[in-house]
Design a protein around this ligand. Structure first.
Ligand SMILES: [Zn+2]
Length: 318
């Protein structure tokens, strides 16, 4: 009898422990789930043009073998980009030369202008409410490094006006771009640690490194660790890189603890299908929690751009 009770008791315990074990497994699966994010999105890297660049050609990406269809006119580029934004719930976009599109979607467009404008021109535009970001600043196409003397005044202006500056760090252009389009670019120009003195001398600068300085992951981690004011944008690398490499790079940044300083971007140029792929690239990163995806797609940029609680509430209810 005693033995029977003991056996029964042990069985009950085993059943309970099985249930507990099952619950634990269930919880673990739940915590690791990475559902698709479907809330509001901020695109920190978009382009408007006053003429169709890149010869108006479709783009065959040599790294992935995928071809992207070009918009045929500047108007169709605008219409097709804004349609993609509606489809994907993109509520705000930092658009280089965004004044060209502003009147078509004033609630959405954050106007960016770059270093090809004089300081006076930028200051004028800021005064008239038509400049929110200095960017995309990409002087490497002219062979100029971030430390180039001519750029100091643009970093200083960003601090003075208290607006963000978006700086392109990337070894291109397209792969091999120096050989057929940008003879002054070199891969080393994309190295992130060049920014150290610029940052150290401007601790309050609002800066984001566009393309996240791929592929210099280790150097970027050092830069983000040493300089907490640095954010990064995922434009271009979320569709131009093979998915595995993009995820490897993104995971490296998230694992290092920088998940709250990474901002989504597309850099669609004249190929609007890249917007679908860029969103899919982040959503398919199954190492991210839903909260981490929400941070990348919306929260981090909302904080970086200084949106009010009210604006954030409005976006999240859309
Ligand atoms: Zn760009």
């Amino acid at each position: 009898m005693k033995t029977q009770k003991l056996i029964t008791g042990l069985l009950v315990l085993q059943v309970i422990s099985c249930i507990r074990h099952d619950q634990k497994v269930q919880t673990t699966i739940k915590e690791n789930e990475s559902p698709n994010y479907s809330g509001p999105i901020i695109d920190m890297h978009c382009h408007a043009f006053d003429q169709i660049f890149f010869g108006g050609n479709d783009y065959l990406n040599p790294l992935t073998g995928k071809t992207y269809k070009a918009s045929s006119t500047v108007d169709s580029l605008r219409i097709e980009t804004l349609a993609k934004y509606e489809e994907h719930n993109v509520v705000k976009a930092m658009v280089s030369d965004g004044e060209l599109w502003f009147d078509y979607a004033p609630e959405k467009i954050i106007i960016g202008n770059d270093h090809h404008n004089s300081i006076d021109e930028l200051r004028q535009r800021f005064k008239s409410g038509k400049l929110k970001v200095i960017g995309e600043v990409a002087p490497n196409y002219d062979g100029i490094l971030p430390t180039g003397e001519s750029l100091n005044k643009y970093f200083d202006l960003a601090v003075e006006l208290d607006i963000p500056i978006g700086y392109h760090l990337f070894p291109g252009g397209p792969p091999g771009g120096a050989y057929f389009a940008y003879p002054k670019t070199r891969a080393f120009q994309g190295k992130p640690l060049q920014f150290e003195e610029i940052l150290f001398n401007r601790p309050n600068i609002k800066i984001y490194i566009m393309h996240a300085a791929w592929p210099y992951l280790e150097d970027l981690k050092a830069l983000m660790y040493a300089h907490p004011q640095v954010y990064v944008g995922l434009g271009v690398i979320d569709w131009v890189l093979p998915r595995k490499e993009f995820h490897h790079f993104l995971k490296g940044l998230v694992d290092a603890g920088f998940g709250e300083r990474i901002m989504f971007g597309t850099d669609q140029m004249i190929w609007v299908e890249t917007i679908d792929d860029a969103i899919e690239a982040v959503n398919s990163a199954d190492f991210l929690t839903l909260k981490q995806k929400e941070d990348i797609f919306y929260n981090n940029a909302a904080k970086f751009l200084g949106f009010t609680e009210e604006e954030i509430k409005t976006h999240k209810s859309q």
